[in-house]
Design a protein around this ligand. Sequence first.
Ligand code: ADP
Ligand code: MG
Length: 287
Amino acid sequence: SIPLSFFSGIGFASKNGILIKGSNYLEALRNVDTVVFDKTGTLTKGVFNVTKVNAVGISEEKLLEYAAFAEANSNHPIAKSILSYYDKKVDLDKITSYEEIAAYGIKINYNNELILAGNEKLMKKENIFYSKAKEVGTVVYIAVNQIYRGYIVISDEVKEDSKKAIKNLKLLGIKDVVMLTGDNEKVATAIAKELGVDKVYSNLLPNEKVDKLEKIYEGKSEKEKVIFVGDGINDAPVLARADIGIAMGGLGSDAAIEAADVVLMTDEPSKISKAIEIANKTNKIVW
Ligand code: ADP
Ligand code: MG
């Protein structure tokens, strides 16, 4: 039977906006060795602002139009930011085909033109000759009928809470704080440095995030537990693989909340150290 104080631990956590889906996770939280964070929507707000529009051979307005139509059917934070920047109406009937390629971008047919909007991996995959953006930021490259037409740089901000979250984890003696992201290396390194993240891996596809997690497990004993924290867009497999999968409850997708072992209702990463502290206290009461 479950010791009563595990219930009070879970109850106390829920009063702090931390939903723990079982006492086994409370127990695992006492032995955390490594915390792995996803970037977008987890350590950053997931709300991007357009900071640069660089059109090649067409007007900036036309480039934005292509991007807005490409992103009109996507739920990704990148899509939302481009659509809020584009101030004209998007007539969805003009989009005759739509494909979202996770961790690459979008491919649509619009006005009988084939539009690609996504990262460098998408441009490479589709054999587009493009020139790399110089700005630091998340870059959406655009090609129309296989011809490169420019890029849009968008920038996300780190959450006010993220720096404290990582500092607290280190004060609790967590050995490694890692960040995984599908975003580019420039952005990833800048954010990792700002936040004090020890290790960072960028340009990852969703399945490559699982591979990285497997690598992290190599050489660890059963007792050394690993947390993965994500907002859920494409994160469900990694959430499921970690000893403790933690999802953002506000921004997070339903799939992630479902796949997670712990849900943070306020989306604040500092709740992770709080959860560990509660777990440690619960331990003292039990034994
Ligand atoms: P993260 O790992 O930071 O949470 P994702 O795995 O959601 O990011 O996406 C990884 C990368 O894939 C993004 O940084 C972006 O370059 C590209 N991407 C994903 N979705 C879109 C989209 N709707 N439009 C353009 N690019 C996208
Ligand atoms: Mg993500």
